[in-house]
Design a protein around this ligand. Sequence first.
Ligand SMILES: [Fe+2]
Length: 159
Amino acid sequence: MDPVFKFKFPFDNDLLFKEFESVRHTLTEYADPRNLMPSSNWLVSRELEKENVPYVNNITKALVIKYGITGYVSPRFYMLTKNTILRDHIDLNTKCSINHVILGEESPVTYTGYGAFFYETALLDTTLTHGVMNKGDDRILFKLSIFDETFDQVKSKLL
Ligand SMILES: [Fe+2]
């Protein structure tokens, strides 16, 4: 079974980009206690609950309610800078995530053993090895990290 499940959700890209710009100053290098990914090119703004980003917070609630996602979820912005590689990894603690590419759809996520997947909005299995080779401009993602439900569990709710 593919580790990426594409679906449609009516994200407002202009609003997402506007809110991304408003918290751009909070981007920090992704820090991983496993030290697998020292990464000046992979930046995250992960405490969006504390920021003035009403659209992000509304869309998070809307996704949770529409699909009945349970447990802890956390909205984040990520940026992979232009022409850089996010090395193969599995995500820390996250079971799966809903990713929406705000900018940079031209670069796929590549899963070891499964191949490359281009997507705009998708559920991703973050427990399997994956990476991104960004061959374009800065790649900006809205990501809803899901900690308590598996890819299969959430996928069954998206169908
Ligand atoms: Fe990842």
